[in-house]
Write a new protein. Structure first.
Length: 417
């Protein structure tokens, strides 16, 4: 039996190929059932995100190419293109990879936490589809435990490594809590979308999104205690905001010093945090000279991010040590499974021998022979028959110079040197 991880990710494949190899959440149950029912895989789970598609499986045979063939056929993918972009990790490497992925060490953004949730979801889907068993159940539970240990015992996820997250992290440091703050987001692109997500994760209850297209802004606020406004409405609503984050593609500043001065007067000079992530800038630099404004630019945040990336790299070294130790522990358990059939066979052979000799002893006692003599003969015969096959094997080992087998026998039967 063999553990195997087969896949492609952001390092090995362009997005055009990753898109073709990806599985939607609706497709995953059918996909893992198809892989297991193919007869080539005993257990399977598929992790599919924007950055990776990976198949974790337990095979009874040792032909990893069968997983490759299944993916080509199921996804109707070109074999040549897929072969150049995929990796296949057997045994211990597969276990180490699972631990590293869940801990955020194999992510595009080092230490990002989202992948752990995605792996948990993938395992739950495979488990509910009946595609996992003893091996993968143990592997994924151990994986989640390792990821938790890495998060707890290292600083891998302690510091922001994207300007969007750094912006919200900065707000959390300035305000004791964000639940009571109103946030104004200017723009509706990818960066602002991330800022909005991090704000909600941090407990922000009121978000205002201002954008040139109100329809686009509306897509960021639907279903939340938020609202969308036009850029022209910023001057009328700015005084409501405790935190302002701007990131648009405008070539001219959107928020000027005069507008901020009027907003501060309406706020009775209650301080406001303003973060400008745009290049060119969305907020006039002169705004930073106002007494009640804390203004940060994208350069300020990128400096923070660069320091944090260095901190995460140091934490990653500590995480790798934890993972190496846990891989050894898992593989010790996994390899112990290989002895189970042998142990069962030995016990079965002993039980059969015991039953045979016991029946003979019972017949002799029923025929009137002395019970003490019968029991003595029973014990002697049983021990001799049990020792016969090992003794013969050791004699041949001695003749053949197979010292390893003799040493193993001494260890197996705990014989003195």
């Amino acid at each position: 039996m063999q553990l195997l991880t087969f896949g492609l990710n952001h390092r090995t494949a362009p997005i055009s190929l990753r898109e073709k190899a990806a599985f939607t959440s609706e497709q995953l149950p059918g996909a893992v059932r198809s892989l297991v029912s193919s007869g080539n895989v005993a257990e399977a789970a598929i992790v599919s995100t924007c950055n990776r598609t990976e198949i974790y499986c337990h095979q009874n045979n040792t032909r990893p190419d069968q997983v490759f063939e299944w993916l080509c056929n199921y996804g109707q993918l070109d074999a040549a293109n897929l072969d150049a972009a995929t990796y296949c990790l057997p045994g211990e490497e597969a276990v180490q990879h699972a631990f590293r992925v869940a801990s955020g060490l194999d992510s595009l953004v080092l230490g990002e936490p989202q992948i752990l949730g995605q792996m948990k979801s993938a395992f739950t889907t495979a488990y509910n589809a009946g595609a996992t068993g003893k091996i993968l159940n143990r592997l994924f539970q151990h994986t989640f435990s390792v990821a938790k240990q890495v998060r707890t015992e290292t600083l891998i996820g302690a510091n922001a490594v994207s300007v969007a997250f750094a912006a919200v992290d900065l707000a959390r440091r300035i305000f004791s809590k964000l639940t009571d703050q109103t946030v104004l987001l200017i723009g509706a692109g990818e960066t602002i979308e991330l800022v909005a997500r991090y704000c909600r994760d941090s407990g922000v209850n009121h978000i205002i999104v201002a954008n040139r297209s109100i329809e686009r802004a509306q897509t960021l606020v639907d279903g939340h205690n938020s609202e969308a406004i036009s850029l022209a409405s910023i001057a009328d609503r700015l005084h409501e905001a405790d935190i302002v984050v701007a990131s648009t593609a405008s070539t001219l500043p959107i928020v000027g010093k005069g507008t901020v001065e009027r907003a501060l007067k309406a706020r009775r000079h209650k301080p406001v945090l303003m973060i400008d992530l745009a290049v060119p800038r969305d907020i006039e630099p002169e705004v930073g000279s106002l007494r009640d404004v804390f203004l940060y630019t994208v350069d300020d945040l990128e400096e923070i991010v660069e320091k944090n990336i260095g901190s995460r790299r140091d934490a990653a070294d500590d995480a790798e040590k934890i993972i190496d130790l846990q891989v050894v522990r898992f593989m010790r358990w996994f390899r112990s499974l290989e002895s189970i059939p042998t142990i069962r066979a030995i016990r079965g052979q002993i039980d059969a021998l015991q039953d045979s000799e016991l029946r003979q002893a019972q017949r002799r006692i029923e025929n009137g022979e002395n019970p003490g003599e019968v029991l003595e003969a029973f014990a002697r015969t049983l021990s001799r028959k049990f020792a016969h096959a090992p003794s013969q094997a050791l004699k041949h080992a001695d003749e053949d110079g197979n010292g390893a087998l003799i040493d193993a026998a001494r260890k197996l039967f705990k014989l003195p040197d």
